[in-house]
Ligand binder design. Sequence first.
Ligand code: FAD
Length: 415
Amino acid sequence: MPIAEMECRQIVVIGAGPAGAIAAALLKRQGHDVLIIERQQFPRFSIGESLLSHCLDFVEEAGMLDAVQAAGFQLKNGAAFAWGERYSEFDFGDTFSDGKPSTFQVQRAQFDKVLADDAERQGVEIRYQEEVTAVDFDAPQPVLRVRRMDSSEYSVQAQFVLDASGYGRVLPRLLDLEAPSDFPIRQAVFTHIEDRIDHPGFDRQKILITIHPDMRDVWFWSIPFSNGRTSIGVVASAERFKDKPQNLDACLQAFIDETPSLKNVLQNAVWDIPARTIGGYSANVKTLHGKGFALLGNAAEFLDPVFSSGVTIAMRSASMAAAILHRQLQGERVDWESEFATPLKRGVDTFRAYVEGWYDSSFQDVIFYPGSTPDIRRMISSILAGYAWDQRNPFVAEPKRRLRMLAEICASQTS
Ligand code: FAD
């Protein structure tokens, strides 16, 4: 890489989304020099609006809880599920793990800006509208090539690089770390509406996950915000879209028209923003770390949107990586595999087991099973609130076996 302009920094973070902002702030709070390179100008749209309680633990750790609480986001205290006449809700205030009882439903443009602004307030330097385009990890210290808006370029040398570039997946692409996801390709079509919901059973403090009446692998999210608007989206595999209109608004409406309970909730809504789509978002990598770098959040692995785990995993990875990197920079010997990758993946694999159970319907059966004991509901609620790393919870420690056992009980009681 030709070095025209070379700057030397201690830590460079690629991307100022939730993973990048939290990691950068945590490292800055430990006294390190941190530069974030962010491709876009904030505020910018991002998908992923329903937060889990556990992610606020990291917001708090990074000293950003006051800023987030002051932003006026919609309080969220749980998750509700609907399938035809069936309805089941889980309360984040009644969980197995001792976690936060509530969290928020956020417009990500605003939320991500609150986090990034707070990281700046704490002394992190963020360069917006600059893009990392190339990397050299063969040099004694990593060197990143950065392109500015006016197409001029410069290089930054860093002692360590944290890739928090989300769907940009900068290091996985440039270092050939991409690995296929275990999940089939699915697509989401979504928009924001002025919801005008006056349905008596609708709880604005919960995400509502509605299952299509005939196709149990097709589901909708409804995430109400504090300003009278709601994020609404449908998720389905590619083949489910084949007989739907090409136009995204018509496509989303067609799925909703087939789903009477949701159609009823949204009957007065004003559809004033064109729908968008994102597909093939599930992704994986061969490794989460290497010499001079670690991958955070979506730059590493993304499972599936159904349990709103993305931002929580992103922040958890940021918190873990920041703690290990701090120790490394202090001269301590650290083992990124056993201290970062393995424990992080343990919780991700817990979510994975429930995502698989969602799409093979076994977890849906458990969710709607009326005979679950309060203890079991508390353990499930903990996972839905994001506490997927709490090994004291039997449904975390042995997710597949527990889910299989419960699904068998549900099937035998309902057949
Ligand atoms: P991001 O938030 O994507 O941030 C990455 C940043 O890096 C961006 O700002 C980008 O501009 C920047 N960047 C990229 N490339 C470069 C580059 N070359 N140079 C510099 N900067 C760069 N999660 C939830 O928690 N709740 C939900 O309800 C939810 N719903 C979802 C619904 C769908 C349909 C999908 C697909 C995902 C959903 N997610 C949800 C997941 C969520 O979107 C992500 O997990 C989360 O945004 C990841 O955060 P991040 O910080 O890793 O990356």
